[in-house]
Design a protein around this ligand. Structure first.
Ligand code: GTP
Ligand code: MG
Length: 513
């Protein structure tokens, strides 16, 4: 069975505050993201419009009648991110092995295959890296997708590539994820290369935060390596260097981030806690426990239906694909496809390959609809409830953080870019700069209440509220109401120039102010 293609940008975490640039929260980092770091981090990258994912170990899904049983466990998507060769695929493979999905014989086969390719230590990564190119080069290209369960949760692992050429695939993986496992190699020199300019550690963190990954487990991997040998000093060094960076990237390190030492290759501190003989100073949870306990703000299953459509096809009716961002759909429901206000009926719903009676928030689904022709649906349209449909507008106000303008251009009214917001990709124009936000002011500075004058232009690093126009109606929401439908990137010539959030929409029912 072919795996449905995934959306390039769907944002997954409702209460995520990635774009909260307001620093009034005392737990927020003191400084704004260091723009230089963002510039260094967000490289020239092509945002794939359709990132592909490969299903790694097909799971035997429960029978249909177990729907209810199955639904008792929450479902979370976890993306594995980090610099090339940090050990993402090895750790992902080890998770599948330790959760009993890969048998010893298969491991032996991979050991032999890896040896034949002179890549002995890569055998665990072969569980996730299934295609020939990946195995030959030892580099993940397509996001690998696999499943495992802990006591409380069904997890889908998305194993992203670390190599900078495949950042678009990483974006597509991260945009589907609720939580991230940031894999960092502790091996001498490897942490440094991943962390420095041009390394993907920081770029991935910034992208993950922007794309809605609200919680991070930072695994400090390769602790078994002879250059590390489970040394606490190395672990502490990496943790202390990562912490300020994570803060400036918008993560609340105390609440949203936890660090763990692991060895993906040896399988240590993954399913079971470390034994004292291996490491006598670490007393915390293993990876499974950490993932099991992570609380992500739940999307509202009773809220209005919001399912951005990322793809569609004909199959004895019109089938749309996407991720449920809010609400629940059931077989037989009447819904609206926006912005064309088409009344549709849900004929059937599929999660993975299985037909289900209903689907709630965070599920990736395919929905067969009656009442609309396939050619009348476009990706970027949103399936929504009739009583509370998504806003369809051609104009909105946004708070933008300018990352890196091409050739240090200035950002002014008339600036054109491509807007990427959930599964929407549209040309847009900045028609007015409304207010520049002074990011350096102190929290209690009385000057902050001073009325702002409208800026004529802003430069790299600025945070600015502006009015954005598009030619076609797009379905978006205020970030404060539906973060997944209110957070976006602006790109020009394949580079991300700004990240932003929607702060104001035209009055209900109108497309413009
Ligand atoms: P990309 O997909 O290319 O970004 O790399 P990756 O992060 O998936 O790394 P991968 O799992 O392919 O591992 C890269 C190399 O690091 C392989 O040689 C692994 O054997 C090695 N490695 C991974 N985890 C560990 C570990 O815990 N200890 C040691 N010693 N080596 C490891
Ligand atoms: Mg890999």
């Amino acid at each position: 069975m072919s795996e449905p293609e995934q959306p390039s940008v769907t944002i997954s975490d409702p209460l995520d505050d990635a774009m909260e640039i307001d620093k009034s929260d005392s737990t927020a980092p003191e400084v704004l993201p260091d723009i230089k770091e963002i510039e260094d981090g967000v490289h020239s990258m092509e945002l794939g419009t359709k990132g592909k994912a490969k299903e790694v170990v097909p799971v035997e899904e429960p029978e249909k009648e177990e729907d209810n049983e199955e639904n008792k466990k929450r479902h979370l998507n976890v993306v594995f991110i980090g610099h090339v060769d940090a050990g993402k695929s090895t750790t992902g493979g080890q998770i599948l092995f330790l959760s009993g999905q890969v048998d010893d014989r298969t491991i032996q086969k991979y050991e032999k295959e890896a040896k034949d390719k002179s890549r002995e230590s890569w055998y665990m990564a072969y569980i996730m890296d299934t295609n020939e190119e990946e195995r030959a080069k030892g580099k993940t290209v397509e996001v690998g997708r696999a499943h495992f369960e802990t006591d409380s949760t069904r997890f889908t692992i998305l194993d992203a590539p670390g190599h900078k050429s495949y950042v678009p695939n990483m974006i597509s993986g991260a945009s589907q994820a609720d939580i991230g496992v940031l894999v960092i190699s502790a091996r001498k020199g490897e942490f440094e290369t991943g962390y420095e300019k041009g390394g993907q550690t920081r770029e991935h963190v910034l992208l993950a935060k922007t794309l809605g990954v609200s919680k991070l487990v930072v695994v400090i991997n390769k602790m078994d390596d002879p250059t590390v040998n489970w040394a606490k000093s190395r672990y502490d060094e990496i943790e202390s260097k990562m912490t300020p960076f994570l803060k400036t990237s918008g993560y609340n390190v105390k609440k949203d981030v936890q660090f763990l030492p692991i060895s993906g290759l040896m399988g240590f501190n993954i399913k079971d806690r470390l034994d004292k003989k291996t490491c006598d100073w670490y007393d915390g949870p293993c990876l499974f426990e950490a993932l099991d306990k992570i609380e992500v703000p739940l999307r509202d299953p009773k809220g209005p239906v919001r399912m951005p459509i990322m793809d569609k096809y004909k199959d004895m009716g019109t089938v749309v694909m996407g991720k449920m961002e809010c609400g629940t759909i059931k077989k037989g429901d009447s819904l609206l496809v926006m912005p064309n206000k088409a009344n549709v009926k849900v004929l059937s719903i599929y999660c993975d390959e299985n037909e289900v009676r209903q689907a709630g928030p965070a599920e990736n689904v395919r929905v067969k609809l009656s009442g609309i022709e396939e050619e009348d649906v476009l990706s970027g349209f949103v399936l929504s409830s009739i009583s509370n449909p998504v806003s369809a507008v051609s104009e909105f106000h946004a708070q933008l953080q300018i990352l890196e303008l091409l050739d240090n251009a200035i950002f002014t009214a008339g600036y054109n870019a491509v807007l990427h917001i959930h599964s929407v990709v549209e040309e847009c124009e900045i028609v007015e700069l409304i207010e520049e936000i002074d990011t350096k002011r102190k929290k209690d500075d009385p000057k902050k209440k001073k009325a702002k004058r409208k800026p004529l232009f802003v430069k790299n690093g600025a945070v600015v509220v502006c009015c954005v126009q598009v030619n076609n109606l797009i379905c978006i929401e205020n970030f404060s109401d539906f973060p997944q439908l209110g957070r976006f990137t602006l790109r020009t010539e394949g580079k991300t120039v700004a990240v932003g959030k929607v702060v104001k929409l035209p009055p209900p029912g109108s497309a413009t102010f």
